[in-house]
Design a protein around this ligand. Structure first.
Ligand code: CO8
Length: 380
């Protein structure tokens, strides 16, 4: 029966943690070896002032500027090879499951088990990520098939805000009665579209996949349920985080390996512009529910930069947050790095067990677009 007022809960989460860790020390060693090789190869041009030498990276800078100490990746030998500097994946045949679908299925199975659901209970699959492995068929349809889920699936890309925007879609579908039980997966293979040869950004990202089950409260049996009270999304166009890779590259005769075909950003501008947008967004979202930031027991914030989260928390509740995060705003960035859309969901997955019935929480993402999404939840 359709009803415009079904109560909606998040009833399970899951995470695929890739097998390899790259510490800052390993990363910097590889980058500096790459810089030395490049500088030796272009020594004449550098001496003639025709080319700038590549400057070494440093562990101290990375930790101070970002709070990141390590990252997980699906493949590390290619990333750390100074003559390559990107992961080495074996191409799979069309008959094999794709890598993105494989990690999504792993995270999804964990979320299903946590929610006490079968794949056949799912009637909508959203694959929401900052980049898709291919143009089509949709990743979500492959994941639906690999799991044996019903209904339909589609892909969504809102960069770092893909997960919260997908929660909004799932919430609307379940609330309206259009769907009963939605699986959201956020497979982020950022290592394949990060520019590991750029000192300004080579340390920022890591790989992961998160999964969420969102269903009607009256069908949920999980012991751990989070009612979605409200969702709020916003976007504002900016070129400050951009990647021009795409199907037009060939027709434009542009260089498929050009610098603009991987992640690039104006990090300082992003920092300055996105922090106030995110803080104001959360504050106005809570106000619409007659709530104040101080009423919130936990913020599961997007995990891009320690300083950004410190600013947001100071703006919202006046609290000075330490380098390891805080009880009100836990940090996972130090171990996972920025995992694009999955960051706030990893924080939610790992840091919610201690909350009590009635506690209020906010999941919030912010990033490229610009985009910001907030989800207000209450522990049942
Ligand atoms: N080692 C040593 N020194 C360095 C390094 C390094 N690795 N990198 C830069 N420096 C130097 C610079 O050259 C500069 O030197 P100088 O002052 O002499 O010019 C100095 O350090 C300071 O540089 P910055 O001003 O760039 O440093 P910041 O303090 O601003 O820190 C950050 C850089 C960490 C990038 C910071 O600006 C930041 O985090 N900004 C926010 C970024 C952010 O949140 N971006 C979100 C992007 S994610 C997203 O939306 C999803 C996109 C899709 C995913 C893509 C996956 C690949």
């Amino acid at each position: 029966m359709n009803s415009a007022s079904n109560h909606v809960v998040i009833s399970g989460t899951g995470i695929h943690q890739p097998p390899h860790v790259i510490s800052n020390a390993e990363l910097v060693l590889a980058f500096n070896a790459y810089a030395d090789l490049q500088n030796a190869e272009h020594a004449e041009a550098i001496a003639a002032g025709e080319r700038s030498a590549i400057v070494h990276s440093s562990v101290e800078f990375i930790e101070k500027a970002s709070g990141i100490k390590q990252r997980y990746v699906l493949e590390k030998s290619g990333v750390l090879d100074p003559t390559r500097m990107y992961p080495r994946f074996t191409e799979r045949s069309d008959e094999q499951i794709s890598l993105m679908a494989e990690i999504a299925v792993d995270a999804a199975r964990q979320a299903l088990a946590a929610a006490g659901k079968q794949a056949s209970d799912i009637d909508m699959v959203l694959c929401a990520s900052a980049n898709m492995q291919r143009a089509y068929p949709a990743m979500a349809v492959e994941i639906q098939s690999a799991l044996g889920a019903g209904g339909y699936g589609f892909d969504m890309n809102v960069a770092c805000s893909s997960a919260t925007f997908a929660i909004d879609q799932a919430y609307s579908a379940v609330r309206s009665g259009a769907s009963k039980c939605v699986l959201i997966v956020n497979p982020e293979i950022t290592s394949a579209h990060l520019e590991w040869r750029d000192r300004d950004c080579h340390f920022i990202f890591g790989d992961v996949c998160t999964a969420l089950i969102i269903e009607r409260a009256d069908t949920a049996t999980s012991a751990d349920q989070w009612e979605i009270l409200s969702t709020k999304l916003a976007t504002q166009f900016s070129n400050n985080i951009r990647n021009n890779f795409g199907f037009m590259n060939r027709a434009e005769d542009s260089d498929p390996l050009g610098r603009d075909k991987t992640f690039r950003q104006e990090g300082r501008k992003v920092f300055k512009e996105v922090v106030p947008i995110a803080a104001a967004h959360i504050e106005s979202h809570l106000a619409a529910l007659d709530q104040k930031p101080a009423d919130v027991r936990r913020f599961w914030l997007h995990q891009a930069n320690l300083g950004m989260n410190q600013f947001i928390i100071r703006k919202l509740i006046g609290e000075t947050m330490g380098a390891s995060g805080s009880d009100v705003a836990p940090l996972i960035l130090d171990t996972y790095a920025n995992t694009a859309s999955a960051g706030s969901i990893i924080a939610f997955h790992e840091h919610r067990a201690d909350l009590l019935a009635g506690d209020l929480g906010v999941i919030c993402s912010f990033g490229a677009g610009y985009s910001v999404g907030s989800i207000i939840v209450k522990k049942r």
